[in-house]
Design a protein around this ligand. Structure first.
Ligand code: FAD
Length: 501
């Protein structure tokens, strides 16, 4: 008799309910425990996992395999193509190894839910294997937050209140120690090295190298946890004041680890809990704001669970599917390349292209610009982000794009259009962030940094050069759109689409 733990986007031993429960039951019954992961590479590519995210995932998977081997357990990694292949592969594994019980942590997006339903059906009904699933990747499961009418919350503020109430009433269990995985001798582990397949894209393809080496991001769950501890100990108190300044390291940079499950939200909450005996209340402003970001992460996962149509490309406000997007290919490519002539937008896109990560404030600015200034379908931006981000997460990314486009639940109202110049002035007043990412602007004085064109023209003239003569450095492009006009026409069209339905 044996039990099986199936790892998916929960690549950790600490605070992993599937691992803990399987090991506890196995210890009681003196059963063997097997560990398995089944990366489905075609499916990940179809879901627009970036090669960078895949690389991080694979490195963490290998690290997990090494951790398990140290504890005397083997991690079996079976490479598959599609979610649909999982049911047969796992059934075969169970038959071969005499598995009686399987354990995994739930995921909440449509395709993942269907995969788990098919696996459960096959194992329980055909093979009489018990399936145990857990909610280890969220603090609050999606079924547990309902309003007075028994419906899920569509607005964040009341959701956050009730989410905290749930946590207050149920507590946050202390994260389990990995010692709960009992050793069973010595095991070997051979690291895997698979490549994510490339598939043709639905959007115009920018001629910008796609990153696939995540070495700049440390892996190993102990190290990741220490980084989270350091953030909560040293930085969280200033989070509210610093999180909107892209030039400083004011946020945790943990999103990619939450996404692959190398860090659990319960560990993060537990770190915050130490700061306040009344947790989740009584936190200082910084900690409270950071907690609210963890709640946004859950809000969007709950939303995907309750509204599976969002995973099929529908806007939350269904009527906005009729919006007549301009979808100008060249303007889209200028946006991708960071060549729009709006410094803060270009800095953000270049940060994304060069590192696979972008600061949240700038994500909001570039998203608003693509949709409300260039009138390009937010789904093009959503896809481009997924293809490049190291932390690409369908719920958070879809939620962020729909929020920015004004089509989502709890969206930024369509008539509130970010002015990219004043956003730059407000959040990067001295232009440090812009200068870091936009080389052409590195010598532009503060006074002109958000509107550098007249200054650059004058400099070029004074140097006796015409634009075409400047060979050593690429010239900074002129603004590709008139913000004021674009804003007005977006508002008008959005309103028309809204009123026609
Ligand atoms: P911190 O500020 O330290 O926040 C802590 C954690 O809370 C993050 O690690 C993340 O897990 C979560 N979080 C923070 N803000 C949000 C948010 N608005 N929505 C959901 N979760 C949040 N986040 C992703 O994880 N993956 C994405 O693909 C993604 N795409 C986005 C696209 C757009 C257009 C926008 C506006 C936002 C997107 N976000 C996404 C949310 C946010 O930008 C990132 O989570 C954040 O920048 C990650 O940096 P951090 O870890 O330092 O966050």
């Amino acid at each position: 008799m044996a039990r099986l733990v199936w790892f998916r986007q929960d690549l950790r031993l600490l605070d992993n309910d599937a691992v803990l429960q399987a090991c506890q039951h196995a210890n009681e019954e003196r059963d063997k425990v097997f560990f398995i992961a089944m990366p489905t590479l075609q499916q990940y590519a179809q879901h627009n996992w970036s090669p960078l995210k895949w690389d991080l995932y694979q490195r963490q998977l290998n690290s997990l395999g090494a951790d398990l081997a140290e504890l005397g357990h083997s991690l079996e990694i079976i490479k598959l193509d599609w979610f649909a292949d999982c049911e047969n592969a796992i059934a075969e594994f169970c038959r071969t190894n005499d598995i009686t019980d399987i354990y995994f942590n739930r995921e909440y997006v449509f395709d993942e839910i269907k995969r788990d339903e098919r696996v459960t059906q096959k194992l329980e009904h055909n093979l009489n294997i018990k399936v145990h699933s857990f909610d280890s990747n969220l603090l609050v499961p999606p079924e547990c937050i309902k309003n007075g009418k028994g419906e899920y919350y569509k607005v964040f503020t009341p959701f956050f209140r009730v989410w905290r109430k749930y946590i207050r009433e149920h507590g946050v269990a202390a994260p389990y120690n990995r010692a709960s995985v009992k050793s069973s001798g010595v095991a070997n582990f051979s690291a895997v090295n698979f490549s994510l397949p490339t598939i043709s894209s639905d959007i115009p393809e920018a001629d910008i190298p796609i990153l696939n080496d995540s070495e700049a991001w440390p892996i190993g769950e102990a190290l990741i946890r220490r980084n989270a501890q350091r953030f909560v100990r040293e930085q969280v108190q200033d989070y509210k004041a610093r999180r909107d300044t892209p030039a400083v390291e004011g946020t945790s940079k943990l999103s990619a680890y939450f996404e692959i499950g190398a860090l659990s939200p319960r560990v993060a909450a537990h770190l915050l809990q130490k700061a306040s005996p009344e947790f989740p209340e009584g936190l200082d402003d910084g900690a409270h704001t950071w907690l609210s970001e963890l709640a946004w992460r859950e809000f969007y996962q709950h939303l995907l669970f309750h509204e599976p149509r969002l995973a099929k490309g529908e806007p939350f406000q269904a009527e906005q599917a009729a919006f007549p997007w301009r979808n100008d290919r060249d303007e889209f490519l200028a946006w991708c390349e960071g060549c729009t002539g709006f410094p803060i937008v270009d800095a953000g896109m270049r940060q994304l292209n060069e590192t696979g990560w972008m600061h949240n404030r700038v994500r909001m600015i570039v998203a608003s610009f693509l949709v409300k200034d260039l009138h390009i379908n937010w789904q093009w931006g959503e896809t481009y982000f997924m293809q490049r981000l190291i932390d690409g997460s369908f719920p958070a990314n879809n939620g962020g794009w729909q929020w920015s486009a004004g089509t989502g639940t709890d969206a930024a109202p369509y008539f509130r259009v970010f002015n990219p110049t004043s956003q730059g002035e407000k959040f990067d007043p001295d232009g440090h962030y812009i200068r870091k990412w936009v080389a052409e602007l590195k010598d532009v004085p503060n006074k002109y940094i958000h509107n550098p064109h007249a200054y650059l023209r004058e400099q070029t003239k004074q140097a006796g050069m015409f634009a075409d003569d400047v060979k050593s450095e690429r010239l900074y492009p002129k603004p590709i759109v008139d913000h004021k006009k674009a804003r007005e026409s977006f508002i008008q069209t959005f309103k028309q689409v809204k009123n026609n339905n």
